[in-house]
Write a protein that binds this ligand. Structure first.
Ligand SMILES: [Zn+2]
Length: 630
């Protein structure tokens, strides 16, 4: 179905949101008291492409669906991060391994001496949003800017169930590009407008999330956006939202005869229903291609015509691949709920936004496909499910990386037995170092950027691949779809995911979430001893690591034949489905450090015994997983 813009939140909770697929009929079964806040934005923006300054008016209708009285509200003013002495600048100067894109290295590679690029920004180069006026229901309201946060002390507290309207007038400047948003980045894209407007912070059952913009990760309130952007008529815009006046604009959006507005500027009118972010990019040199997916969204590709010919060719190759990726994610997670998705050259890394992504445009073709796969996959996890990324970055980055790896493996027809082998290696290296921090660490609070990346992207992806090992692949596939169906547009927490997994599999799995996400306990199982008596062989296994796991075992005999065994973990109160040919042994209770079982063959008939032959268990010492008997 098409989503109608003026619908209230309660209507959205009752109505299917995806085309033809029922979803969101009721609050999730695990929390009958579920609620979420709602915002509707109406903005008019005037962008000066000469000075990179823009002015804006914003009307924000806020609905307090919480059971609480709100005395304050908070807005994010993200561009303020790009100023000397901001928290982002301070963090860049103090972290031992800063993001290479955000610093200049004045030393050598071996002995680096980093200089924060933010610290060098002049007054005309910094980013800012200055709030000139703010009213609540027509009356001036007290507000104060503290770093990247605007603190608003309300004249009139917002009661549960009440709506209030804020009207703001602001001035802003697009920073010289440092990271994500900004102007004139190294690929020459004029305007990458991410996190560019005053954005209301999220309030949920854990309270306010007015987190400062220090490094990464976002969390927002869903609502309907109505945005008018006035800009030099030569600039093409791509971004969130459906263009309402395509035939006044042209630029490849037209659906009929173009009758352009008169004057040096065009006013682009976008509407975006039920999104928690609105992002755009603009450049006078964008090529704009469109691909209509059958029964699916319209894909838009915007990239600079000035790049070398072979790079331009990459953007053509990318288009049918994006279609395949969209199909893969729709099939394996659930339907993409919007009618449009845009892949836009933003010129810096890759970042996911509502109905679009901004990515680097001039890398290799495999890099271009890989970053598109990753950012597109975020549409399901970061955008539609939208867990609080600050607290649970791994649920977003990890799940996205997991499905990205699977999709790329399938689309490239590699069909490898373990597309995550490289991820297991990098997690194991981190677990064996002294730098690992648990997944529950706030995204900004990792001691090293590298520790954040391995935790969120890698250990988060392995959470799923290893869960497939624990509960069985089919159960994992069903869990992902059920999770999306139950929790789309609801900001789930990690426990919500594991509850879906438990219901799908019938297994108790809370221990897995606890050990894997809340601790740095490691997995290490070993084959301790193999002994023969009469016509049987006794195998003794040992649990060395603190983290519990069920075990898959493979025994290879000297005649070349093999047999498979499975040892369930007692605390799961069940076992995963296994093929008939697998022998399921009695369960192993975690507290016992060893486990013994018999094989009905002489020791001389056994060649090797292997724990987890497919390598889906993140055992930090694989050397003791294989025992050569003969
Ligand atoms: Zn990501």
């Amino acid at each position: 179905m098409k989503i109608i813009f003026s619908l209230s939140l309660s209507f959205f909770l009752l109505m299917p949101l995806t085309k033809g697929h029922s979803q969101n009929e009721t609050p999730p079964s695990s929390n009958p008291h579920y609620w979420q806040q709602h915002v509707d934005y109406t903005m008019e923006i005037d962008m000066d492409v000469e000075t990179y300054k823009y002015t804006g008016t914003q009307k924000l209708v806020y609905t307090n669906n919480s059971p609480d009285v709100l005395n304050r509200v908070y807005y994010h003013l993200y561009p303020n991060a790009f100023q000397p002495d901001s928290e982002m600048d301070a963090r860049l100067k103090s972290i031992p391994d800063p993001d290479g894109r955000m610093v200049n290295n004045l030393g050598t590679r071996a002995e680096p001496n980093y200089e924060s690029r933010i610290s060098k920004l002049g007054p005309d180069e910094i980013g800012y949003i200055k709030v000139n006026s703010l009213t609540q229901d027509g009356k001036n309201v007290n507000h104060e800017t503290e770093g990247t946060i605007l603190i608003v002390t309300l004249n009139k507290p917002i009661q549960p169930g009440e709506k209030t309207t804020f009207d703001m007038v602001f001035d802003a400047q697009v920073p010289v590009q440092i990271r994500r948003s900004g102007r004139n980045n190294k690929e020459g894209v004029a305007l990458s407008m991410a996190q560019w407007y005053p954005k209301l912070a999220e309030y949920d059952d854990e309270g306010w999330h007015a987190h400062p913009y220090i490094a990464r990760e976002f969390y927002g309130v869903w609502g309907d956006f109505d945005v008018k952007i006035t800009i030099d008529k030569n600039y093409t815009i791509g971004g969130t939202g459906y263009l309402q006046n395509p035939n006044e604009i042209g630029h490849g959006y037209e659906t009929g005869t173009v009758k352009k507005q008169k004057g040096k500027t065009l006013t682009w009118h976008f509407k975006a229903p039920n999104v928690h972010d609105f992002t755009w990019a603009a450049d006078p040199e964008y090529i704009h291609d469109k691909v209509q997916i059958e029964n699916g969204p319209m894909l838009h590709f915007l990239y600079k015509k000035t790049m070398p010919a072979e790079k331009l060719e990459n953007w053509k190759i990318l288009q049918p691949v994006t279609e395949q990726l969209m199909d893969y994610f729709n099939t394996h997670i659930g339907d993409y709920p919007y009618d449009q998705y845009s892949v836009i050259q933003g010129g810096d890394g890759g970042m996911e936004y509502g109905m679009c992504t901004l990515i680097v445009g001039e890398g290799t073709i495999s890099g271009l496909i890989s970053v598109t796969a990753h950012e597109l996959a975020h549409s399901w996890f970061q955008f539609v499910l939208a867990s609080n990324e600050n607290k649970h970055s791994w649920v977003d980055e990890g799940f996205t990386s997991y499905i990205q790896d699977r999709a790329l493996d399938a689309i490239s027809e590699t069909n490898s037995d373990n597309p995550f082998a490289g991820s297991y290696r990098s997690y194991i290296a981190m677990a064996n170092s002294d730098r690992e921090q648990p997944l529950t660490t706030h995204a900004d609070r990792f001691a090293y950027n590298r520790a954040f990346s391995v935790a969120s992207y890698v250990k988060g992806a392995l959470f799923l691949s290893q869960l497939g090992y624990i509960m069985g692949e089919d159960n994992l596939n069903k869990t992902l779809k059920q999770y999306y169906k139950e929790w789309a547009f609801k900001h789930p927490k990690p426990m919500d995911f594991i509850r879906v997994a438990e219901k799908v599999s019938g297994l108790e799995l809370d221990w897995y979430l606890t050990d894997w996400a809340q601790t740095t306990n490691t997995i290490d199982y070993a084959i301790k001893n193999v002994e023969s008596e009469d016509h049987k062989t006794t195998v003794t296994l040992e649990r060395i690591g603190l983290m519990p796991m069920p075990l898959d075992l493979e025994i290879t005999y000297t005649d070349g034949s093999k047999s498979a065994y499975h040892i369930p973990l007692r605390m799961t109160r069940g076992a995963k489905p296994t093929p008939d040919s697998t022998t399921v042994l009695s369960n192993w209770a975690w507290a016992y450090p060893t486990y013994t079982f018999d094989i009905d063959k002489k020791k001389s008939a056994i060649a090797t015994i292997t724990i987890d032959p497919r390598g889906y268990m993140a055992d930090v010492n694989r050397e003791n997983n294989e025992f050569k008997v003969n």
